[in-house]
Design a protein around this ligand. Structure first.
Ligand code: ADP
Ligand code: PHD
Length: 565
């Protein structure tokens, strides 16, 4: 396709209203908080319990929880959010490590947000899918149900905690799966209820662990804490009412009875249905940033299993390295365009509340991680990170000139709006539009599988245009300083040309941090690897000063040339 004359990038997140009959799961009984006070005595017990578990590890010094109330009087303010993802709390040992990690910051008064343990969410989803076809009597035998039971009960046993902490939830889970088997149906609403068990159990176990070692903790289900969302099951958006509700509840209970809040990530309550909703896969990051904004905290820490946001997905390129600083815009763009490390919407509350986000490694706590803030010095920045989003559907739409340019663009986008389909990248010329469709709004399956939705779009578009459907495409996003776009593009296209890759669409975001290139799926990984080598491994970025000179020379002398590095 010829390169379009004018390029814009647009995102249309289109909400589907899922008003359904109200039904809500009863909030589970809160974890009992032992009488042990939030005081120095607790520190001694913490040292014994947690210290014993990790004392031999040289890189994980145990610092003991101090008297966090300072003068022993009024509770100090909550200071940070610490969010731990599934990989950070995947086992009893990991839970102990995370408890130790939290206690190693005695000066902090954290709100803790947890995801489900390990791969629990995937297992629950798989159990649900299988239950649809297996018959109610066979539900108890489902491997995935056994896995989830064994993981949680085994973890309680290893931590010396009472199995009753999750028994009620496990019974309820089995009942739900039997219900799915009887109905032979798994709706989006039921999926959310189903996966909620993961976070409900991990937080209860972790709160009980902290309480056992003498650190007062209080478990909260986000759907009871004040997380109010749209009723878009599996991909709900957080509503404004959430912020004051969450702030009030956490603040008042902390002041009256200081105990570390342990909050379920990922979950909310639909404002119309009153049912449990989820915030999209990886949504616990969004839970954390929402709490950070609600309470106006000093920092939001997102603890992962990598040393921060990396220059690319480490599964694509093992030489990916940590990016020390990012802006909210860069991080949002990176997440939106497919970097699994952060939830796409998670930067929004942090940016609105201007609360810095730190991405850290719970397996390597000394690593500095990535600090994400509103602004940073971009003067030496060329490229920050390369992101790949695969299995994308692309549409080339060429006007049949039945409409003027304005009418054409408006009509095309109104078709997507009416059908509730999100658009990722757009490149336009006067009479044509190329765009990619965003599969991320859909739950673990790609848009291309939703044949009817696509057929409807194409049928509507064909009333005003000639439409070509191009599947199995990938978007490679170059996140960086788009003020240096000529330099980035020159280098990128050199690499792509050397690798014989034909770029099918190019789009530069208005946010000035992202250039997106669309290539065929089959070439995409190899492209990212070659681009990573060129930009990050051959001293290219170390020559930023030199690039400055070249860049300035280029802009001030229009006939100047930039040498390929
Ligand atoms: N640019 C990137 N930087 C860091 N990690 C990335 C990137 N792209 C993909 N990843 C993947 O994201 C994973 C961390 O995100 P995630 O699994 O959601 O963490 P958690 O479950 O701990 O919240 C890493 O293990 C890594 O494989
Ligand atoms: N457990 C949910 C929510 C989440 O945020 O998980 P994680 O932090 O492990 O990506 C999921 O798997 O999507």
């Amino acid at each position: 396709m010829a390169a379009p004359a004018l390029r814009i990038t647009a995102r249309l997140g289109l909400a589907l209203d899922g008003a359904t009959a109200a039904r809500r799961r009863e909030a589970s009984a809160p974890v009992a908080v032992p009488a042990a006070p939030w005081l120095k005595k607790a520190a001694v017990r913490c040292q014994r319990a947690v210290g014993a578990a990790v004392a031999e590890k040289k890189d994980a010094p145990v610092s003991v929880a101090q008297d966090r109330s300072g003068d022993g009087g009024a509770a100090p303010e909550l200071t940070v959010v610490m969010k731990f993802g599934g990989s950070s709390v995947a086992s009893a040992e990991r839970m102990r490590e995370v408890a130790d990690l939290i206690l190693s910051f005695p000066e902090e008064h954290p709100v803790v947000v947890l995801s489900a343990m390990g791969k629990t969410t995937n297992k629950l989803l798989m159990a649900g899918e299988k239950a649809v076809g297996c018959g109610a009597t066979n539900v108890s035998e489902l491997d995935e149900l056994s896995f989830v039971k064994e993981l949680h009960l085994g973890t309680l046993d290893q931590l010396g905690l009472d199995r009753s902490i999750v028994c009620g939830l496990l019974d309820e889970l089995e009942q739900l799966l039997k219900g799915i088997a009887m109905m032979k149906e798994l709706t989006l609403r039921t999926r959310d209820y189903l996966v909620s068990f993961g976070e409900c159990m991990s937080t209860r176990i972790f709160a009980a662990l902290l309480n056992k070692i003498g650190v007062k903790a209080r478990q909260y289900d986000a759907f009871d804490l004040g997380f109010i969302t749209t009723d878009d099951f599996t991909n709900a958006d957080i509503l404004e009412a959430t912020y004051p509700a969450v702030a009030r509840r956490l603040h008042v209970e902390w002041i009256n009875d200081p105990a570390i809040p342990i909050v379920t990530g990922f979950l909310g309550k639909g404002w119309r249905s009153g049912a449990i909703t989820t915030l999209g896969r990886g949504g616990s990051d969004l839970t954390a940033t929402t709490i950070g904004k609600a309470l106006g905290l000093r920092e939001i820490q997102v603890w992962k299993d990598v040393d921060g946001v990396l220059t690319c997905d480490p599964n694509i390129h093992p030489k990916a390295k940590p990016v020390p600083y990012l802006t909210f815009d860069e991080a949002a763009e990176l997440a939106y365009f497919g970097a699994q490390v952060l939830h796409p919407q998670s930067m929004r509350p942090a940016r609105e509340g201007d609360v810095p986000v730190r991405v850290k490694n719970s397996y390597n706590r000394r690593a500095p991680g990535t600090l994400i803030t509103k602004a940073r010095d971009m003067s030496k920045t060329v490229l920050t990170s390369i992101v790949l989003k695969s299995n994308i559907t692309m549409l080339d739409i060429v006007s049949t000139r039945m409409l003027g340019q304005y009418g054409f663009l408006a009509k095309v986008f109104s078709i997507f709006e009416d059908l509730g389909i999100s658009v990722d990248c757009v490149a336009t010329s006067e009479v044509s539009i190329s765009l990619t469709l965003d599969p991320s709004k859909l739950w673990s399956c790609e848009l291309v599988q939703h044949k009817n939705e696509l057929d409807d779009v194409i049928e509507e578009l064909e009333k005003i245009a000639v439409v070509h459907l191009l599947q199995n495409r990938s978007i490679i996003s170059l996140i960086g300083n788009v003020q240096r776009s000529s330099l980035i593009l020159e280098k990128a296209f050199n690499v792509l040309r050397r690798n014989g890759v034909n770029v099918q669409m190019i789009s530069q975001g208005a946010s000035k941090v992202n250039i997106s290139l669309v290539v065929h799926d089959s070439e995409a990984k190899q492209c990212v690897q070659a681009l990573h080598s060129a930009f990050f491994e051959n001293g290219f970025l170390l020559e930023a000063d030199e690039l400055d000179v070249l860049h300035d020379g280029f802009t001030s002398h229009s006939n100047g040339t930039i040498h390929s590095h």
